[in-house]
Design a binder for this molecule. Structure first.
Ligand SMILES: Cc1ncc(COP(=O)(O)O)c(C=O)c1O
Length: 382
């Protein structure tokens, strides 16, 4: 048999296996502590199902979902302190970040460009830099895991097209000093992008300065499919003014609409519709209540871990990181807990809407049991 054919046969499954695969249940959320997504709100799930077969990438054919997308951007603008917002519902924070870098690259007047980002920035900027051919300059964070302003200042230059600030970092939930980053960006004629992909739906209920109304922000990632409780895929790209979005527009000759600013072409209307449904239902009071619940849960968990002698990174947003021994971490995963680690190895728990106090109590119960078991001396047998 030719190598290609044997490789193909190895990947083909018998029909009965395929049928069984179709019946696999989706992941339950009852042990998921590491995800930045959550169970969609019931109204968001319903809207996603209704609009599943629509394509906002073709507004001439699917005008209803296009109208919904305008509603989505209007509410995202309200959340992010932006009057007359422009933007679109993207596939997620990755696309929004890539597109923001693309805007900055196309705006810049120099040919060799760089983007300056704290080391807490999401890895999607690495993808953006690769795809768009810009240099990504990564600067250290301070003792509290926030962008070190001195480091940013000494890294920017005349070729800096964009400075990135994160409002809700993936690993520690930190909020960078956004107004100061805006000033640094302006001082070299660069744009300021805020990555609020995860934090955007909790920050309105805090004192942090993070949005268009607080600072010279040009572009922002803010994802309904994370804390916004919409169905995946529903990310958000917001830009300060239409001309920034125009940087992304390409002509669309065979469509009734004349141009398209998105990175994807065909895209599911499910994300758009579910984002609108979730935001209509929850903004602002429902999100405020959810934030309070998530924050209390994060504080409770941080306390419980501290009492047991672990080093805990104080949560500022509902995300807890703590130093657990590797063996304990692995044992918890073996118990079925979906947990993950920061780059430096700490346990990381994201208190998303589906994470209840009961879940966290059961997690701590398992932790206690495992620690007791680990401390019992193994019988020597002699
Ligand atoms: C701060 C931040 N930005 C961007 C992303 C990427 O978002 P997505 O996975 O929706 O593309 C994430 C993902 O967790 C994130 O935490």
């Amino acid at each position: 048999m030719k190598p290609y054919v044997s490789a193909l046969n190895a990947t083909l499954k018998p029909v009965n296996v395929l049928v069984r695969d179709m019946q696999i249940e989706p992941q339950s959320f009852d042990r998921v502590l590491s995800s930045m997504c959550t169970e969609p709100h019931p109204v968001a799930r319903k809207a996603a199902e209704r609009f599943l077969a629509t394509n906002p990438g073709d507004p001439g054919t699917y005008p209803n979902v296009t109208a919904l997308e305008e509603d989505a951007i209007a509410t995202l603008g309200e959340i992010a302190g932006l009057e007359d917002p422009a933007g679109y519902v993207a596939s997620g924070g990755t696309e929004a970040n890539i597109q923001a870098v693309r805007i900055a690259r196309d705006r810049a007047e120099t040919r060799t460009l760089n983007v300056v980002m704290p080391e807490s920035g999401h890895f999607s900027f690495q993808k953006a830099a690769d795809v768009l051919g810009v240099e990504l300059r990564i600067v250290p964070t301070d003792d509290d895991f926030r962008a070190d302003l001195e480091a940013v200042r000494s890294c920017v230059d005349a070729e800096t097209a964009m400075v990135v600030g994160v409002a809700g970092t993936t690993e520690y939930g930190r909020v960078d000093p956004i107004p100061e980053l805006g000033e640094i960006a302006r001082s070299v004629g660069a744009l300021l992008h805020v990555d609020a992909a995860w934090g955007g739906f909790v920050l309105p209920f805090t004192d942090h300065e993070w949005h268009f109304g607080h600072a010279a922000v040009d572009t922002m990632a803010i994802d309904p499919h994370k804390m916004g409780q919409a169905a995946v895929p529903a990310g958000g790209l917001l830009v300060r003014s239409d001309d920034l979005l125009d940087e992304l527009a390409v002509d669309t000759p065979y469509l009734e609409s004349t141009s398209q600013a998105t990175l994807t072409g065909t895209r599911s209307g499910a994300g758009v519709a579910s984002a609108v449904a979730a935001m209509d239902e929850l903004w602002p009071e429902g999100y405020r209540r959810q934030y309070a619940r998530s924050r209390h849960n994060a504080e409770w968990l941080a306390n419980a871990l501290e009492k047991r002698g672990y080093d805990v990174v104080d949560p500022t947003l509902p995300l807890v990181a703590a130093d657990l021994p590797r063996s304990t971490f692995d044992a918890l995963r073996d118990e079925g807990w979906r947990i993950s680690r920061t780059g430096t190895g700490e346990l990381r728990v994201v208190c998303m809407p589906h994470v209840s106090r009961e879940m966290l109590a059961s997690f701590i119960g398992d932790l206690d049991r495992l620690e007791v078991r680990a401390s019992v001396p193994v019988a020597s047998g002699d």
